[in-house]
Design a protein around this ligand. Sequence first.
Ligand code: ZN
Length: 174
Amino acid sequence: MTAIEYAMFRILRLFRKLPINILGFGNRKVIFSEYFKDFEKVEAVKGIFGDKTTEVLSNLTVEISWIFGYMYVDGSDGHLVISKGYLNNGDKTDIYLDLIHELCHVKQFMEGKELFDPKYDYVDRPTEIEAYRYCIQEARRLGLSEERICCYLRTEWMSDYDFKRLAKSINVSC
Ligand SMILES: [Zn+2]
């Protein structure tokens, strides 16, 4: 097994612990550490919260929602909102990296930072740059190629121009 296969195996194992039945109507609220098992043992997550990792994850509310899209941190109380469709059908590596990214926002929220500061465009916002840098560092540690990382960064709602600016400011050559 190559290093990258092993890294992917570890990620998939994290997701195998997801409760299978997340159907049902309406949005459902769960606790992060009860839903995503063993994330408190992931080095990249410990790198965000340090000694407080277990405490933070067991107090973090996750809303599994019918929203279209991916996931985000709610700026009013710092809880995590995840699209049910994305969780069910999205690429597990992408979801893992998104979770790392969003957990950075959770930390920023706890520090009192403004997550959606309208003074900045999305790709220039310091909180986004920090979260992207951190999750890309994890992507590289896992052994993802630059091409795969670019693929991860490219989303349909981001213009080509913004995508290139973002890639440049987080030192990814796309
Ligand atoms: Zn973000």
